[in-house]
Design a protein. Structure first.
Length: 255
């Protein structure tokens, strides 16, 4: 309750607490969002650091986002836009209709390497939250389904969809398209300074992303996986997930 009141008060004071002044990455875990978040948040017109874990039910959530950024040393008071990335549907389902006035960058990745990468991450950090491939596959399916639904709700001029492969192989072009959509001057470039909170809560990949200062190719990406590792899922389940991904790819990236 106290947080909501503080967020509401901040939203009344700060002119940026309008959804048309917000930029969101909408994706899923291990889609390549960490480096892109760092690039966006290195721009002088954007305030943010990574994933704030906020549900956007009304304008007060944007005030709460500012307070969250201040707490995490990721706030830029002179910025034009506020940034957050959302990787879980509990934060962008049941949201205000005004949420869809924001600028949205959708990122998706094919299922096999996504599942491998999520499993690798949670194993290395010692977490049981996604303890097996079945749980990960269920998360992936649900999240892609939510992204497909949300895509249709944003105005055409305020959304862009890219795949992990596009992000890592055609980086400069993707950054130019994002810059043009938002109207950023100067345009985004493929470099960033490490966020002040580095490996803190919500800052992204806690394993090796801090070793880089740009989006790198897929074969050396921090989301790369052990290709020899087999996914413990029935072939029919993998086929279902790939079919969903191909559908999402056709919708979100217009491919």
């Amino acid at each position: 309750m106290i947080k909501q009141l503080a967020g509401g008060a901040t939203a009344l004071i700060d002119r940026r607490c309008q959804f048309d002044k917000a930029v969101f990455i909408l994706g899923h875990m291990r889609c390549g969002s960490t480096a892109l978040s760092h690039i966006l948040c290195s721009h002088e017109q954007i305030s943010g650091y990574g994933e704030a874990h906020i549900r956007y039910k009304d304008r007060s959530a944007l005030g709460l986002l500012i307070l969250n950024q201040i707490k995490r040393n990721g706030h830029l008071s002179s910025s034009k836009y506020l940034f957050d990335k959302i990787l879980h549907s509990r934060y962008d389902s049941d949201v205000s209709d005004h949420f869809f006035n924001s600028y949205a960058i959708f990122i998706i990745r094919e299922p096999i390497n996504t599942i491998k990468s999520i499993g690798k991450l949670f194993k290395l950090i010692g977490s049981n939250e996604y303890s097996n491939d079945v749980f990960i596959a269920d998360y992936y399916e649900e999240r892609l389904s939510t992204l497909i639904r949300n895509w249709e709700k944003f105005p055409f001029s305020q959304k862009i969809g890219i795949s992990f492969q596009q992000l890592t192989s055609d980086t400069d072009n993707m950054l130019d398209q994002i810059s043009n959509m938002i109207g950023l001057e100067p345009a985004l470039t493929n470099k960033y300074e490490q966020p002040k909170n580095k490996l803190g809560h919500g800052a992204g990949d806690p394993l090796t992303s801090h070793k880089y200062n740009k989006i790198i190719s897929d074969n050396i990406s921090t989301t790369s996986t052990d290709v020899a590792h087999n996914i413990n899922l029935p072939e029919s389940r993998i086929t279902e997930l790939d079919s969903l991904y191909q559908h999402a790819l056709s919708v979100v990236t217009q491919m």
